[in-house]
Structures are given as structure tokens and as C-alpha cells.
Design a protein around this ligand. Structure first.
Ligand SMILES: Nc1ncnc2c1ncn2[C@@H]1O[C@H](COP(=O)(O)OP(=O)(O)OP(=O)(O)O)[C@@H](O)[C@H]1O
Ligand SMILES: [Mg+2]
Length: 488
């Protein structure tokens, strides 16, 4: 009909966004349709009987009382049964003796994990005892008919809509083991750290988070700064108005970008102070020109920490500590869950973390402070740790397709909205940070060397500090004048 026609035309152009923005939001029709299928009930029942039988064969009596089928795994809720009593007579005696029959111990289920794995023909069992909030032992088994979670499956749910209306940065993460949508407000987390082995789904997760935001937040409400040393994961977003600068791909440009963010943060603190408010929401309610939220997205944190050194960590920690009030949030991903990337300081300041599949229990502990991620299936299977529960929650991440990203990026690139306020990321004039300039730091390093080697030569200094001859001569001259080096 005509009405449908016009609706479709409007959809392809976009929706008007809430909160008084003049920008149009993309229609969620550009997302791929849901591909979800429920696994056949009969096969799940059959699996449940199989679990009961396999455990009974080892003398562990359980009853499967609850079956939850998620996209990738099925969770069986086991209730420990009663052990048959020895030497029990039928008749009046047993009624009067009142011996309580004893329950199967949870521990005896846990110790049968390997036997169960063998019976169910899968190495990927995870047992949760108990399931939080329920009197069940959860046995998680890969689903016989796994399905993908498309972004649309989560975006069009009420859970997401609620966070979209109430929260600042709504993100569609995936579906839990019961198939329930998992959506959170990134601003409330207030930062997010993602880790997992190669191919486990980190970049897909980052992309689906960014896409969730691009579907719901215009650039006058949210700006982003992206860092992608691999150059392929986030660079497709180049050209959207949300970006404060093109995607940073050179690792040695990252420190400058972080300093830019820190300056913006301090500027915002000053603005808020002048206007007598304490956080971005308060400020925006009062001020004539609203401040957008600012999200830093980093794919492959390890590369930065290795090359950028201590300064990167220091800046990230400061942003994590102080950013929230000013609307600055961090979204960081890393392949290497080693302690020199996920440092204690960083972890302490980023309580919300996700572990995708990892190689070992040790890796899992580094990320989540608990084991479990070594038993994940890969490809978007994650354990989510955030403030709402002390135990991690198992979630299958949303999958976002290249085509969806392309269309979304095109939508935003083509839109000519009202002008956006500049967020200055360029380096300020030299003198502001002269003390910390690389030059000054190099001389400092040479001073340290001179303390132990007062007779050091130019060529020795060149080798030790990997610098050129002219630079080495200059430094030597300075140190000589300071009396730290004995002239040759
Ligand atoms: N949520 C998901 N649903 C379905 N498939 C997924 C999902 N996440 C990832 N995959 C599959 O796994 C592949 C690898 O994912 P991804 O590129 O995100 O891994 P990664 O963790 O970033 O790896 P690397 O550390 O090597 O960059 C994807 O190309 C996709 O095929
Ligand atoms: Mg990746």
C-alpha cells in the first residue's frame, strides 16, 4: 500500500533521534534479519536422559529439572538425587528408625566431569555449582544445533530499548545461556576490557559494540577515537562524523592521542566547575551547548603497551580513574592476557571485563580472576564480568556482518548534519610539556648511565641508546657541562 511505501522510504532515510538532536538515526532495517532457530525439544530431552544415565553409571544419581537452550550451548539444571540406603529393609522398621536418606554431594558431580565429557563426546563442558540464584548445578554442553546471534536479535528487544532510553551508551552484547538478550549501558560500566585468544571474537565484539552505538547515538551525543594497529578491524569506520580523528593506526601516534583525550578531560572538568556541576549529565542539563560522550576504542592494547611503554598505561589508568564524570569511556581489547598488558592497575580501574576463549586457566585468571574461560567454545562465546554479579555470566556475542557495517558507515558518511564542535586532538605548543619531552627523557636516561659510567664515549652511548652520532655528542656535551662525564 501507499502507506507502507512511504514508511519504507522513511526507513531508508532514517529515524529522527530522541533528545533533540538534528541528526537522523539509521533504520534498524539495515541489519540482517534474525537467523535464530530453537533446537528440537526431543533431542534436548534425549541429551538430558543421557546425562542422567552417564552419571548414574558412576553411582551419581541426579535429575535434570531444567533445560535452557541458548544459541551455542544448552544448560542442564541438575538436582542431586538421593543415594540408595544400604541394608534397608522394607517394613515397619524403616518407618520408625527415621534415618534420613542422604543426598548426592555436589562434589561428586564435579569429580565426574571427565567421565561426562567422554559420555557426551565433547571436551567443552562447564559446570556451575550452583547456578547463581537457583538451587541447581548447571551443566553447560555445546548445543546440538548452534545458531548465531545477529545484532537484530538483541537490538529489537525490550531489554535493549530500555537501556537505549535510560542509558547513555547502549550496547547489544549478545544472548545468555537461556537465550535472553544481554544489553548493557557502557557508560555505567564505566569502561570495558576485552581479552581472548586469536580468533575468539574480540574484534567482532568491538565492532558490534560500535555498531550498537552508531544505530542509536548521533555524533552530537557521542564522539569516538579509534586505535587499530592491525589496520583492518576499525578502519572501515573512517569517514563517519562520530570520529574526532581518522582511525589511529600508527602505534607511535597513540600517546599523542591519549594526551589529547586527557586535555579534553581537563577542559571538561574546568567547564563543569565553572557551571557548578559535577558530571556530564548535570552539565548537559544546565549548559546551552551539550558535551558529547567520548569513547576511546582500542583493538590490540598489547601493541600499545609494548611500544608506548609506561606512559600509555599511566594515561589509560588516569582516563579510567577520572574519565567517567566527564563522559569519557574506554573500550579496550587485547589478545595477550599477560600481566604486563592487563596490569593490576588497569584491572583495578576497569572492573567490567570480558574473557573470550583462552588457552589456559592462567590466562582466564589474569582476565577474570577466576578459571572458566579456557573451556569456552570460541567464536563469540564469552564470560562477562560486570558489577551486577560477582560471578561471570556466559554470553554468546552478537555477530555483525561487513555488509551491515558498510551500510551503516555509508548512512553516516552521506548525512550532512549540523556542524559539530571541534574536539582538539592536536599536540599543543612545545613548552607546555617540555619537561616530559622525549628529548629531555633521553638526556635523563643518559644521566642515569653516566652515574655508573663517567668515562662513557660517544660511540658507546650511541650503541646503548640506539641514537645517532650527532645526538650522542650533544648529550655528552651537556653531561660534561653538568660534570657528570669526564671529558676524554
Ligand atoms: N559472535 C560471533 N558469532 C559468530 N562467529 C563469530 C563471532 N565472533 C567471531 N566469530 C568468528 O570468528 C572469527 C574471528 O573473530 P575475530 O576476528 O573477532 O577474532 P579476534 O579475537 O579479534 O582474533 P585476533 O586476536 O586474531 O584479532 C570471525 O571472523 C568470525 O568468523
Ligand atoms: Mg582481532
Amino acid at each position: 500500500t501507499q502507506q507502507q511505501e512511504s514508511e519504507r522510504a522513511a526507513a531508508s532515510k532514517g529515524r529522527t533521534s530522541a533528545r533533540g538532536s538534528k541528526w537522523l538515526l539509521p533504520s534498524i532495517d539495515l541489519l540482517a534479519p534474525s537467523a535464530h532457530q530453537d533446537p528440537p525439544e526431543a533431542s534436548l530431552d534425549q541429551m538430558a536422559r543421557h546425562v542422567e544415565k552417564a552419571l548414574a553409571e558412576h553411582g551419581v544419581i541426579v535429575e535434570v529439572q531444567d533445560i535452557r537452550a541458548g544459541p551455542r550451548i544448552v544448560r542442564f539444571g541438575l538436582v542431586p538425587g538421593f543415594l540408595p540406603k544400604r541394608g534397608e529393609d522394607s517394613g515397619a522398621d524403616s518407618a520408625t528408625s527415621k534415618v534420613e536418606p542422604s543426598r548426592v554431594k555436589v562434589q561428586s558431580i564435579l569429580t565426574r566431569e571427565k567421565d561426562l565429557a567422554l559420555a557426551l563426546k565433547t571436551p567443552y563442558l562447564r559446570i556451575e555449582a550452583p547456578v547463581p540464584g537457583e538451587a541447581l548445578v548447571g551443566l553447560e554442553v555445546p548445543s546440538p544445533s548452534p545458531s548465531k546471534v545477529n545484532l537484530k536479535d538483541v537490538i529489537r528487544t525490550e531489554a535493549f530499548a530500555k537501556i537505549d532510553t535510560k542509558g547513555a551508551l547502549p550496547i547489544a552484547l549478545g544472548q545468555d545461556t537461556g537465550g535472553n538478550p544481554v544489553a548493557v549501558d557502557l557508560a555505567a560500566l564505566p569502561h570495558f576490557l576485552i581479552a581472548g585468544a586469536t580468533g575468539s571474537g574480540k574484534s567482532v565484539c568491538l565492532n558490534s559494540i560500535v555498531v550498537s552505538l552508531l544505530l542509536t547515538r548521533p555524533p552530537d551525543q557521542l564522539r569516538m577515537l579509534m586505535v587499530d594497529p592491525k589496520r583492518v578491524e576499525l578502519t572501515p569506520f573512517n569517514g563517519i562524523p562520530h570520529l574526532v580523528a581518522p582511525v589511529v593506526v600508527e602505534v607511535d601516534e597513540v600517546n599523542a592521542a591519549l594526551r589529547g583525550l586527557m586535555r579534553e578531560m581537563m577542559r571538561r572538568y574546568q567547564l563543569m566547575e565553572e557551571n557548578g556541576t559535577r558530571n556530564i549529565d548535570g552539565y548537559n542539563a544546565k549548559a546551552s551547548e551539550r558535551l558529547p560522550y567520548l569513547l576511546l576504542v582500542v583493538d590490540e592494547l598489547a601493541d600499545l603497551m609494548m611500544t608506548g611503554g609506561f606512559e600509555v598505561e599511566q594515561n589509560l589508568v588516569r582516563l579510567a580513574q577520572l574519565g567517567r564524570a566527564t563522559g569519557i569511556h574506554l573500550l579496550l581489547a587485547t589478545q595477550r592476557p599477560s600481566v604486563n598488558v592487563m596490569t593490576g592497575l588497569l584491572k583495578a580501574n576497569i572492573p567490567a571485563r570480558v574473557a573470550f576463549a583462552v588457552a589456559s586457566q592462567i590466562d582466564s585468571r589474569v582476565i577474570l580472576d577466576t578459571v572458566g574461560a579456557e573451556k569456552l567454545l570460541g567464536k563469540g562465546d564469552m564470560l562477562l564480568l560486570c558489577n551486577e554479579s560477582p560471578k561471570p555470566r556466559r554470553v554468546q556475542g552478537t555477530l555483525v556482518y561487513e555488509k551491515e557495517i558498510d551500510q551503516l558507515v555509508k548512512f553516516w558518511r552521506d548525512q550532512e548534519g549540523p556542524p559539530l564542535p571541534e574536539i582538539d586532538m592536536s599536540e599543543p605548543a612545545e613548552e607546555e610539556w617540555d619537561e616530559d619531552s622525549p628529548d629531555e627523557r633521553m638526556v635523563d636516561q643518559a644521566r642515569q648511565l653516566a652515574l655508573r659510567n663517567p668515562r662513557m664515549s660517544s660511540s658507546w652511548l650511541q650503541r646503548r641508546m640506539k641514537i645517532g652520532g650527532r645526538r650522542a655528542d650533544e648529550i655528552l656535551e651537556e653531561l660534561e657541562s653538568e660534570g657528570l662525564v669526564i671529558p676524554s
